[in-house]
Design a protein around this ligand. Structure first.
Ligand SMILES: [Fe+2]
Ligand SMILES: [Fe+2]
Length: 167
Protein backbone atom coordinates (compact mmCIF):
# COMPACT_ATOMS: atom_id res chain seq x y z
CA UNK A 1 0.00 0.00 0.00
CA UNK A 2 1.53 3.30 -1.02
CA UNK A 3 1.55 6.36 1.19
CA UNK A 4 -0.21 9.58 0.30
CA UNK A 5 3.20 11.20 -0.18
CA UNK A 6 3.99 8.64 -2.88
CA UNK A 7 0.55 9.07 -4.41
CA UNK A 8 1.10 12.82 -4.59
CA UNK A 9 4.46 12.24 -6.30
CA UNK A 10 2.98 9.96 -8.92
CA UNK A 11 -0.12 12.12 -9.46
CA UNK A 12 2.14 15.16 -9.88
CA UNK A 13 4.25 13.27 -12.44
CA UNK A 14 1.16 12.12 -14.34
CA UNK A 15 -0.54 15.53 -14.44
CA UNK A 16 2.69 17.23 -15.48
CA UNK A 17 3.09 14.78 -18.33
CA UNK A 18 -0.54 15.16 -19.37
CA UNK A 19 -0.01 18.93 -19.56
CA UNK A 20 2.88 18.55 -22.01
CA UNK A 21 1.24 15.75 -23.95
CA UNK A 22 -1.93 17.80 -24.52
CA UNK A 23 0.07 20.82 -25.65
CA UNK A 24 1.88 18.66 -28.20
CA UNK A 25 -1.47 17.21 -29.29
CA UNK A 26 -2.83 20.75 -29.63
CA UNK A 27 0.03 21.69 -31.97
CA UNK A 28 -0.72 18.64 -34.07
CA UNK A 29 -4.47 19.40 -34.20
CA UNK A 30 -3.63 22.97 -35.24
CA UNK A 31 -1.40 21.67 -38.05
CA UNK A 32 -4.04 19.20 -39.22
CA UNK A 33 -6.64 21.99 -39.38
CA UNK A 34 -8.73 21.27 -36.27
CA UNK A 35 -8.50 24.55 -34.33
CA UNK A 36 -11.31 23.73 -31.92
CA UNK A 37 -9.75 20.37 -31.03
CA UNK A 38 -6.49 22.26 -30.52
CA UNK A 39 -8.31 24.62 -28.17
CA UNK A 40 -9.83 21.69 -26.27
CA UNK A 41 -6.37 20.17 -25.78
CA UNK A 42 -5.00 23.52 -24.62
CA UNK A 43 -7.87 23.92 -22.16
CA UNK A 44 -7.36 20.41 -20.78
CA UNK A 45 -3.60 21.10 -20.57
CA UNK A 46 -4.34 24.22 -18.56
CA UNK A 47 -6.49 22.21 -16.16
CA UNK A 48 -3.80 19.53 -15.77
CA UNK A 49 -1.39 22.29 -14.77
CA UNK A 50 -3.77 23.29 -12.00
CA UNK A 51 -3.96 19.69 -10.81
CA UNK A 52 -0.18 19.44 -10.91
CA UNK A 53 0.15 22.70 -8.98
CA UNK A 54 -2.35 21.58 -6.35
CA UNK A 55 -0.60 18.22 -5.89
CA UNK A 56 2.79 19.94 -5.73
CA UNK A 57 1.50 22.40 -3.13
CA UNK A 58 0.11 19.52 -1.05
CA UNK A 59 3.64 18.01 -1.12
CA UNK A 60 5.16 21.37 -0.05
CA UNK A 61 7.10 21.20 -3.30
CA UNK A 62 7.83 24.91 -3.55
CA UNK A 63 10.38 26.21 -1.07
CA UNK A 64 12.23 29.50 -0.74
CA UNK A 65 13.99 30.70 -3.89
CA UNK A 66 17.31 29.65 -2.41
CA UNK A 67 15.91 26.17 -1.71
CA UNK A 68 14.38 26.01 -5.19
CA UNK A 69 17.70 26.91 -6.85
CA UNK A 70 19.29 24.11 -4.86
CA UNK A 71 16.53 21.70 -5.88
CA UNK A 72 17.10 22.70 -9.51
CA UNK A 73 20.86 22.21 -9.26
CA UNK A 74 20.50 18.82 -7.53
CA UNK A 75 17.95 17.61 -10.08
CA UNK A 76 20.02 18.67 -13.08
CA UNK A 77 23.15 17.14 -11.57
CA UNK A 78 21.39 13.84 -11.04
CA UNK A 79 20.20 13.84 -14.64
CA UNK A 80 23.56 14.38 -16.31
CA UNK A 81 25.59 12.23 -13.93
CA UNK A 82 23.28 9.33 -13.10
CA UNK A 83 20.27 9.26 -15.37
CA UNK A 84 21.19 10.17 -18.94
CA UNK A 85 24.60 8.49 -19.29
CA UNK A 86 23.20 4.95 -18.86
CA UNK A 87 20.15 5.89 -20.96
CA UNK A 88 22.45 7.00 -23.79
CA UNK A 89 24.50 3.84 -23.53
CA UNK A 90 21.42 1.67 -23.65
CA UNK A 91 19.89 3.54 -26.60
CA UNK A 92 23.18 3.14 -28.43
CA UNK A 93 23.30 -0.58 -27.73
CA UNK A 94 19.73 -0.94 -29.01
CA UNK A 95 20.58 1.20 -32.04
CA UNK A 96 17.75 3.60 -31.21
CA UNK A 97 19.24 6.71 -32.80
CA UNK A 98 16.35 9.09 -32.11
CA UNK A 99 16.27 8.22 -28.44
CA UNK A 100 20.04 8.46 -28.25
CA UNK A 101 20.08 11.94 -29.75
CA UNK A 102 17.22 13.11 -27.59
CA UNK A 103 19.01 11.87 -24.46
CA UNK A 104 22.30 13.41 -25.62
CA UNK A 105 20.72 16.82 -26.18
CA UNK A 106 19.11 16.74 -22.75
CA UNK A 107 22.30 15.47 -21.13
CA UNK A 108 24.31 18.38 -22.58
CA UNK A 109 21.75 20.99 -21.67
CA UNK A 110 21.24 19.76 -18.10
CA UNK A 111 24.92 20.54 -17.49
CA UNK A 112 24.28 24.09 -18.68
CA UNK A 113 21.19 24.38 -16.48
CA UNK A 114 23.22 23.11 -13.56
CA UNK A 115 25.83 25.83 -14.18
CA UNK A 116 23.14 28.52 -14.40
CA UNK A 117 21.60 27.39 -11.11
CA UNK A 118 24.96 27.17 -9.36
CA UNK A 119 25.88 30.66 -10.54
CA UNK A 120 22.50 31.96 -9.39
CA UNK A 121 23.02 30.40 -5.95
CA UNK A 122 26.47 31.96 -5.71
CA UNK A 123 25.07 35.38 -6.55
CA UNK A 124 22.23 34.81 -4.12
CA UNK A 125 24.61 33.95 -1.29
CA UNK A 126 26.71 37.00 -2.06
CA UNK A 127 23.58 39.14 -1.81
CA UNK A 128 23.76 40.07 -5.50
CA UNK A 129 21.03 40.16 -8.10
CA UNK A 130 21.58 38.27 -11.35
CA UNK A 131 22.23 40.46 -14.37
CA UNK A 132 18.99 41.74 -15.90
CA UNK A 133 18.96 40.03 -19.30
CA UNK A 134 16.78 37.67 -21.36
CA UNK A 135 17.48 33.98 -21.86
CA UNK A 136 17.37 32.29 -25.25
CA UNK A 137 16.29 28.68 -25.56
CA UNK A 138 17.19 26.57 -28.58
CA UNK A 139 13.98 25.04 -29.91
CA UNK A 140 15.88 22.02 -31.21
CA UNK A 141 18.00 20.90 -28.25
CA UNK A 142 16.90 23.14 -25.35
CA UNK A 143 20.25 24.89 -24.97
CA UNK A 144 19.71 27.81 -22.61
CA UNK A 145 21.82 30.92 -23.15
CA UNK A 146 21.76 34.20 -21.21
CA UNK A 147 22.08 37.57 -22.95
CA UNK A 148 21.75 36.90 -26.65
CA UNK A 149 21.29 33.95 -28.97
CA UNK A 150 24.51 32.53 -30.41
CA UNK A 151 24.91 32.57 -34.18
CA UNK A 152 24.86 28.76 -34.09
CA UNK A 153 23.82 26.54 -31.24
CA UNK A 154 27.04 25.00 -29.90
CA UNK A 155 25.15 21.82 -29.01
CA UNK A 156 23.00 21.08 -32.04
CA UNK A 157 24.18 23.56 -34.68
CA UNK A 158 20.79 25.28 -35.09
CA UNK A 159 20.90 28.92 -36.28
CA UNK A 160 20.13 31.91 -34.02
CA UNK A 161 16.59 32.09 -35.48
CA UNK A 162 15.81 28.78 -33.74
CA UNK A 163 16.25 30.36 -30.32
CA UNK A 164 13.18 31.54 -28.43
CA UNK A 165 13.54 34.57 -26.21
CA UNK A 166 12.41 34.10 -22.62
CA UNK A 167 11.71 37.21 -20.51
FE1 LIG B 1 17.53 20.93 -17.31
FE1 LIG C 1 20.48 23.66 -29.95
Amino acid sequence: MSSTEENLQSAFAGESQANRRYLFFADKAEKEGYPQVARLFRAAAEAETIHARNHFAAMDGVGSTRDNLMAGAVGEHYEFTRMYPPFIEQAESENNKRAQRSFEYANEVEQIHHRHFEAAMKAFDAGQQLKDEPYFVCQVCGNTVAGEAPERCPICGAPASKFKRVE
